[in-house]
Each structure stands twice: as structure tokens, then as C-alpha cells.
Design a binder for this molecule. Structure first.
Ligand SMILES: Nc1ccn([C@@H]2O[C@H](COP(=O)(O)O)[C@@H](O)[C@H]2O)c(=O)n1
Ligand SMILES: C[C@@]1(CO)OP(=O)(O)OP(=O)(O)OC[C@H]1O
Length: 161
């Protein structure tokens, strides 16, 4: 078994779409980024890469590379999952915490879980997503950015469960 941790933050930006966990969320603002700035999937990818000591997303998808300009992070997640899968690992479970003052994320969590579970070739109940505000404190509380943390457990296909 291997455990991995991921963290990401993106600044709030007017005039950008808000994409979190692969879901377009109606919002008067989006997030700044070279890609679609899906901070949730970025944290998930860093957790998966971290579990297998494969570096981070900046290493695999440099923000100096035009191929990743406005990239769909679900496609990046598919690539990361291939790296995990070809090393003979499956998902044990994934737990994600989204730190956002607004908008309300809870109504979109079922769709996020379904989409992420489909890519990670697992059941929806192996994928947990939760959200919290920062009670107006700090950069999240001032609505300057949204952050996400992810923890993942991978199981080697050779392991007896
Ligand atoms: N962006 C967010 C933040 C929170 N939620 C949900 O609201 C609940 C209460 O938030 P607290 O910050 O007071 O813990 C929380 O448990 C989430 O379910 C949300 O949907 N979107
Ligand atoms: C995903 C990449 C690549 O488009 O760009 P951003 O959307 O800026 O995201 P970040 O979290 O800074 O991570 C790595 C980047 O290389």
C-alpha cells in the first residue's frame, strides 16, 4: 500500500469559468491558471503522483508548455491514472477537502465523485469530497482564492486484500 498527499491553490479571477472536480459550477468568478485551474483535480493528481514518488503536476505538465494552456484537468487526471495503473496499483480510497468561501460546492459533490471514480476505475464510495469555508479568515476567507487538499491510498494489484 502507498499513501499520497496533494495540495493546490488558485487565485480567484473574474471572467473565468469555475471548474472543480471536473464539474462546471455556476459562479460569477473562476480561477486563475494556465490550465482550466481545477484546483480539486490538481490536488488529486499530486496525491496520486506523491503516492508513487513520481514528482508533481508541474513536472508532468509544465505551465510553460502551450499543450497545457486551458487544458481539461480531467484529461490530465486520465494521464496520471495511466501512470499509476501501469505500475499495477488500484485505488484504495481518496479523500478530498475543498476550502472555499463561495460558491456552495455540496450540491455538485455527487457529480464530482461519479466523474472522478470513472477515471480512477473504482466505485463512487471509494471517492470522498468535502467542502468547508474558512469562516472569513485568510485568503480563502477573503475570497481571494480556493484551495484543495487530497489524501489517497493506493493498493498494489499483487497485495492480498
Ligand atoms: N464552499 C463551500 C463551503 C462549505 N460547504 C458546505 O457547508 C457546510 C458548512 O460549512 P462550514 O465552513 O461552516 O463548515 C460544509 O459542511 C459543507 O457541506 C459547501 O457546500 N461549499
Ligand atoms: C496544470 C498546470 C499546467 O497547465 O497549470 P496551472 O493550471 O497553472 O496549475 P498549477 O496548479 O499551477 O499546476 C501545474 C501546471 O503546470
Amino acid at each position: 500500500m502507498r499513501i499520497g498527499y496533494g495540495f493546490d491553490v488558485h487565485a480567484i479571477a473574474e471572467g473565468r469559468a469555475l471548474v472543480l472536480g471536473g464539474v462546471h459550477i455556476p459562479s460569477p468568478f473562476g480561477l486563475e491558471g494556465h490550465s482550466d485551474a481545477d484546483v480539486v483535480l490538481h490536488a488529486v493528481m499530486d496525491a496520486l503522483l506523491g503516492a508513487l514518488a513520481l514528482g508533481d503536476i508541474g513536472h508532468h505538465f509544465p505551465n510553460t508548455d502551450d499543450r497545457y494552456k486551458d487544458a481539461d484537468s480531467m484529461e490530465l487526471l486520465c494521464h496520471v491514472w495511466r501512470l499509476v495503473s501501469e505500475r499495477q496499483y488500484t485505488l484504495g480510497n481518496l479523500d478530498v477537502m475543498v476550502l472555499a468561501e463561495a460558491p456552495k460546492i455540496a450540491p455538485h459533490i455527487p457529480q464530482m465523485r461519479t466523474g472522478i471514480a470513472a477515471v480512477l476505475q473504482c466505485q463512487t464510495d471509494q471517492v470522498s469530497l468535502k467542502a468547508t469555508t474558512m469562516e472569513t479568515l485568510g485568503f480563502v476567507g477573503r475570497k481571494e482564492g480556493i484551495a484543495a487538499q487530497a489524501v489517497v491510498l493506493l493498493q498494489s494489484k499483487g497485495e492480498i486484500s
